[in-house]
Design a protein around this ligand. Sequence first.
Ligand code: MN
Length: 201
Amino acid sequence: MAKFEVPKLPYDYGALAPYISEQTMKLHHDKHHQAYVDNLNKAVDMHPEWGEKGIEEIIKTYDKAPDDIKTMLKNHGGGHYNHSLFWNMLSPKKDQSPSETTKQMIDAQFGDIDTFKKQFGEGATKVFGSGWQWLVMDNGKLSLMSTPNQDSPLTQGKTPILGIDVWEHAYYVDYQNRRADYISGWWHVVNWEYVEGLLTK
Ligand code: MN
């Protein structure tokens, strides 16, 4: 029995175009995310007690799992968790602005929104190979971090607020090797409303 499922995309596959194409979204959501979920389900089938935990608990505690599924939970559990967040962090309502509350919180930590975007973008550009760049809440303070592969900030006790997937599968069809262009395009479809929800939770 499949315990975990890929959540339905909260908008049409083509809704983020021209910044992220329909083809990329179909591959990314239906194939890549699905593969993480399928492999996560295989792992919890091997040790069903792990299938009774929620995905956040799995991300926080996979290190305590039996050796034969530890890496599967880390990679595929992480993939499922990160991508479930990622779809919601994007919106077809393009060029949203952060609300006053969000802006104040970002200004307090980074000076202003442009400096924040610059630093976040630099971090995303520098991720070597496959991984993610994040804005996280860490002990009540906003900060930037990147994670390799499908590692989640949650494993380190930090709460993801905004994250960009910089695996090539996220942008190669649309931007080929031009990760910086993908990052610039991606800002146009950031769901600031959702980000605010995470910030003020
Ligand atoms: Mn991805």
